[in-house]
Ligand binder design. Structure first.
Ligand code: ADP
Length: 406
């Protein structure tokens, strides 16, 4: 069974075609700068990747280009579009409506659009993608997998903000979280890696990429997470500030003469590692600058490590301890130096990194020292596979396809 996984971002569209029986990626690619004159399409597996400049006025056009590339040209894995059995869509915001992945129908689509107020660019792009698939491969089941649904188990004391209660009732102002599919995947993989049931573990999962979030997963259930009503909250990130004193927002608006959308832009696109270092949002570039003695780059590096460290402390406190800490994302998987700094000095809390294991690269592994009470794992995330598995399960529940043992 071939499942097409679609991840529609605000101006991009990533996709993977996955054979669910083997869990192998048959094709993948990316449409970038959708809606801009310089849009392009990258298609193919690593060795045979091609980049084609092509007009992509909107996400519907992007889906059409993607579907064509799956059946035409030298890198086409399929003979006919009919060989796509189902489609799974990543949806950024599921609000309070969706506590799990669902089969898409007109009502689900309407709710995704209704929630666009909380994630305007992403949810609208996702619906365009869904409709383009409905038009191009009519009759195929499509499944929505929400970034937020893993956090449906958050207790009210974790998801409420200490604001006037009416704002929650009127507008749904509360924490929804994000990166849920990634946190769910790495939690499950880590339990498998350790050979222990997820339901018996206290876990802290750290997704450290361009966007960054930390979650407390108590005996398999999300207990808290660092991203909030929007993905701006929580950790310091590549270009996002994460949590700051909220009074800073009106202060900057007044003193810099910024509108709400301009200050939103400043907090989302000009802050974080980029804002502090003044050189880049990319931790590798910042690392190179640190080597050259750039003090602001060093400050950015130290603030980032501190920001992750503080969340680990908070979540240890709310779960009364932790058995496993898991890291993923570009930084979590690759930066041994950042991992070392995050865990530095945590020995009194039972957290000790093994320096040799920390330097190893590129696979799922345990990097804690044998003396460490808390296990520390590095587990590459795979949100696309999680979306494909959910899609399969839902399609199977609605039809008579033979179950696979994934
Ligand atoms: P996204 O959230 O866009 O998917 P990624 O998960 O790819 O982002 O993470 C991007 C971040 O990972 C960047 O800050 C990048 O510098 C960092 N990164 C990737 N590879 C390395 C590496 N080898 N060493 C240090 N940082 C890395």
């Amino acid at each position: 069974m071939n499942i097409l996984v679609i991840n529609a971002g605000s101006s991009s569209l990533k996709y993977q075609l996955i054979n669910i029986e083997t869990e192998k990626v048959i094709a993948k690619g990316l449409c970038e700068r959708v809606g801009s004159p310089d849009s392009f399409h990258k298609h193919g597996l690593d060795e045979g990747e091609v980049v084609i400049s092509t007009p992509l006025p909107d996400h519907q056009a992007a889906i059409e280009v993607v579907l064509k590339s799956l059946v035409e040209g030298p890198h086409a894995p399929l003979e006919s579009i009919e060989e796509i059995d189902a489609v799974g869509h990543r949806i950024v915001q599921g609000g309070a409506y969706f506590d799990k992945s669902v089969l898409i129908d007109e009502d689900v689509k309407a709710k995704i659009l209704e929630l666009a107020e909380l994630a305007p660019l992403h949810n609208r792009a996702a619906v365009q993608g869904i409709e383009a698939c409905q038009a191009a491969i009519p009759g195929r089941m499509q499944v929505a997998v929400f970034d937020t649904s893993f956090f449906a188990t958050l207790p009210q004391k974790a998801y409420m903000y200490p604001l006037p209660y009416e704002l929650y009732e009127k507008y749904g102002v509360r924490k929804y979280g994000a990166h849920g599919t990634s946190h769910r995947y790495i939690a499950q993989r880590t339990a498998e890696l350790l050979g222990e049931p997820l339901s018996e573990l206290k876990m802290i999962t750290c997704h450290l990429g361009n966007g960054c979030s930390v979650s407390a997963i108590d005996h398999g259930m999300a207990a808290d997470t660092s991203m909030g009503m929007t993905p701006l909250d929580g950790l310091m990130m590549g270009t996002r500030s994460g949590s700051i004193d909220p009074a800073i927002v009106p202060f900057i608006m007044e003193h810099e003469g910024l509108s709400p959308s301009e200050v939103n832009d400043l907090l989302n696109k000009k802050s974080g590692l980029l804002g502090i270092s003044g050189v880049s949002n990319d931790l590798r570039t910042i690392g190179e600058e640190v080597e050259r003695g750039n003090e602001r780059a060093l400050l950015a590096y130290e603030m980032y490590a501190n920001s992750v460290k503080k969340y680990i402390g908070q979540y240890m406190a709310i779960m009364a301890g932790v058995d496993v800490i898991v890291l993923t994302g570009g930084i979590g998987e690759n930066s041994a130096d950042m991992r070392r700094m995050i865990f530095a000095g945590m020995q009194p809390m039972g957290i000790v990194v093994d320096n040799t294991k920390n330097l190893q690269r590129g696979f799922e592994r345990i990097i804690s020292h044998r003396r460490s009470k808390v296990r520390i794992c590095v587990v590459p995330t795979n949100e696309e596979l999680m979306i494909a598995r959910d899609t399969y399960d839902i399609v199977h529940a609605h039809s008579q396809i033979v179950p696979y043992k994934g």
